[in-house]
Write a protein that binds this ligand. Sequence first.
Ligand SMILES: Nc1nc2c(c(=O)[nH]1)N[C@H]1C(S)=C(S)[C@@H](COP(=O)(O)O)O[C@H]1N2
Ligand SMILES: [Mo]
Length: 437
Amino acid sequence: MKRISDKRLLAQVAREGSTLSGAARRDFLKKGIAVAAGTVAAGTVAAETEEGGTLKVGEWSRRLGRGVVTVPYGSPSRFESHVVRRNVPWLTADAVSSVSFTPLHELSGIITPNGLVFERYHAGVPEIPPEEHRLLIHGMVERPLVLTMEDIVKLPSESVIRFLECPANGGMEWRGAQMEASQFTHGMLSCCEWTGVPLAVLLEEAGAKPGAKWLLAEGADGAAMTRSIPMEKALDDALVVYAQNGERLRPEQGYPLRLLNPGWEGNTSVKWLRRLKAGDSPWHHREETSKYTDLMEDGKARRFTWVMEANSVILSPCPEKPWSGARKGLTEISGLAWSGRGRITAVDVSADGGANWRRATLKGMVLPKCLTRFALPYEWRGGNLLLQSRATDETGYVQPTLAQLREVRGVESIYHKNAIQTWGVEDSGAVRNVQIS
Ligand SMILES: Nc1nc2c(c(=O)[nH]1)N[C@H]1C(S)=C(S)[C@@H](COP(=O)(O)O)O[C@H]1N2
Ligand SMILES: [Mo]
């Protein structure tokens, strides 16, 4: 194989982005292939390959495997049992009013598998027979409606891939780096393909009156969670959804019906949706005055801060996915970026705490209000790094540094911490959650 110099390779990578030539890809693999050819695990049979290498033939290749429908609804390989939602026990008093986190660092692409979508409940998961579920649309409407699931499913549907993020994501990090895991610093975040009916269609059926400026959305859980939604959002891109990544909603995500407000605070996407009431002003329910407001330094609070601003995080490497020594040489940095205002247009990566930046490649689909995968080939020579990613969205908004965010918002808030994350990569490849000013 023709060797090409690292300098040429990096230049080529910069030119071609993720579409590496065969020679460049082989350089990524050089070390791996050399090791694999020399190692054959005990108890396995070595088979000669045409190229003269050896291939491990396990005992699984010498008997029959299990047949169809042994598992009527499939689940991941048992070797992937570490890929699970996790919670932070000290964060909440009990499990029914709590949150679990998506293991973002274990995922590829942009879709969150249904079983790994983070959960946020105020009163646990209700078990609702779909045939008994009803959606009431009333208040300032010409024709109040009581809809069954059948009624809703027969309407023309739409499918969109959108992220959903709790505004408390990263909320433990305002005063200092605290959680040694990307799952806990960024995992109140998911991205699914959602299918349902535009709320605008339902409001047209009901005939919203001209003075109707707000909607009260209410869930059928024990908390009867309610949120006030402005009519502009309802008529813009809000959906009443019943399916998630191809199947009906998971109970955790609001089965059989939930509201989805793309790009907005997760709490506005009311699950187990049973009621929509049109009115001329927002409802002053308990949560709106005490929770989901951003406390500022001067004691005032921001409220109705609905949009989730541009954010990003590097997930390879991260504290749970350190780099091993074998990674030295050319490797790939990758992560996720998202913005509640629209498409991600650029992600820059720094290895020196923000002094120098290089533009990453956006991979696969780049959709509005959707997780976007970015990656950058990187020559890792060891030493200490301060790895950062910085997202820009189509409105021109650039993800702020922590110092910039603290300057405007102080440190009293729990919500909307979308500052640039810094991972300290040590010479050993270990990754620490660090904050730099
Ligand atoms: N009815 C109801 N809807 C709800 C909640 C709830 O407790 N009850 N939690 C909200 C919050 S705070 C968030 S962040 C999202 C989380 O959605 P998920 O559990 O599908 O990830 O649901 C929202 N919708
Ligand atoms: Mo939330």
